[in-house]
Design a protein around this ligand. Structure first.
Ligand code: NAI
Ligand code: MG
Length: 329
């Protein structure tokens, strides 16, 4: 490997968990170069923008970026960064791990969330101090691109179908088009998806998450339902994500800057290290990705654990234990 990985720690615990994940990647000795860039609240104060042009340009040029989190400026950082990698899908696995207290320990599913449209397209207007409106954007192209990805993804996870979550019974045009485009692609590819209305999905996934495996959804539904799934598996410190484009990827934990614990050195690095495993997989290092995931699982099961999981270990203790437990085939 001669890849350059762009690294953007951001604010708060991003400054702690991103270096931890870089330590893990460095320990694999794959010859990566790491190029560190700034973004977030602390940059906005100094530079008048939370996302300096050189940071965006670096992400646009790199195959893979590892991002931590930004604070108040999160939307002004992460939305442009997702578009810098032309990301059309946000992959969010939600898995419970042995040794971690989970509401639903049998949970093991992955959300494939549309990443550019819906109510997050930025088409909002304040008409007066009494009235605001928003436009919900759905295009056939974005919906089909997501569905194509979903069909290909099934082979990776050895599954033959996915569940489409939508609310086309009420939003007949926007979610109607989404649903239609997803089913058209699936039919062409010989896949027969299930479908569940988004509100019913919220209940069903709480009662029995084993009904679901790969879940394909519009932007807002994917955001909310994947956070709900985080609650089922024992919290935000464990959930990784990948924003994938046709050529580039941006990998980040689902959690934010955790201002309540930032600076104490006790943030759980697992979500970011698992995001780094998704980065490895994206770059084609499958065995290394499995080794990292295996080491994280082993440490979650036996400890050391950070305080969010009931332990008293530091970020460094956990990272060190993960590095010690690699077993690359
Ligand atoms: P948060 O995810 O930062 O924290 C929620 C709770 O989970 C806190 O109690 C925190 O201590 C805990 N937590 C989160 N990650 C943890 C970890 N790795 N280890 C241990 N505990 C962890 O969400 P919150 O509090 O809603 O937002 C805080 C800030 O983060 C806000 O300024 C928000 O805008 C930003 N944010 C940024 C995101 C991004 O950059 N992608 C995503 C979500 C929030
Ligand atoms: Mg969210």
């Amino acid at each position: 490997g001669d890849e350059t990985i762009v690294v953007i720690p951001g604010d708060g615990i991003g400054q702690e968990v991103v270096p931890a994940a870089v330590d893990v990647l460095e320990a694999l000795d794959l010859g990566f170069e790491f190029a560190s860039y700034e973004a977030g609240d602390h940059v906005a104060e100094e530079r008048g923008t939370p996302l300096p042009a050189e940071t965006r340009a670096a992400v646009e040029a790199a195959e893979a970026t590892l991002f931590g989190a930004a604070g108040e400026t999160a939307a002004d950082v992460i939305l442009p960064l997702r578009s810098a990698v032309d990301s059309f899908v946000n992959v969010r696995p939600a898995r419970a791990y042995p040794g971690v207290d989970a509401v639903r320990p049998e949970t093991d599913l992955v959300f494939l969330r549309e990443n550019t449209e819906g109510v997050y397209a930025g088409l909002e207007h304040r008409l007066s101090d009494q009235v605001a409106t928003g436009t919900r954007l759905t295009t056939r192209a974005a919906s089909e691109r997501l569905a194509e990805f979903a069909c290909s993804y099934l082979a990776d996870v050895e599954t033959d179908s996915f569940t489409v979550v939508h609310k086309a019974n009420v939003m007949g045009e926007t979610d109607g088009l989404f649903r239609e485009a997803v089913f058209d692609v699936a039919t062409d590819r010989g896949v027969e998806p299930d479908e569940v209305l988004m509100d019913a999905f919220a209940t069903r996934v709480c009662l029995d998450p084993t009904q679901f495996d790969v879940v394909v959804c519009p932007n807002l539904a994917g955001d909310v339902l994947s956070d709900l799934a985080a609650g089922l598996v024992g919290g935000l410190g464990l959930l990784p994500s990948a924003n994938l484009g046709p050529e580039r990827g941006l990998f980040e934990p689902v959690h934010g800057t955790a201002p309540d614990i930032a600076g104490e050195g006790v943030a759980n690095p697992s979500a970011t290290i698992l995001s780094a495993a998704m980065l490895l997989e994206f770059l084609g290092y499958d065995a290394e990705a499995r080794a990292v995931r295996g080491a994280v699982e082993s440490v979650l099961e036996s400890g050391p654990r950070t305080p969010d999981l009931g332990g008293d270990a530091t970020t460094d203790d956990v990272t060190g234990a993960i590095v010690e437990r690699f077993d690359v085939e």
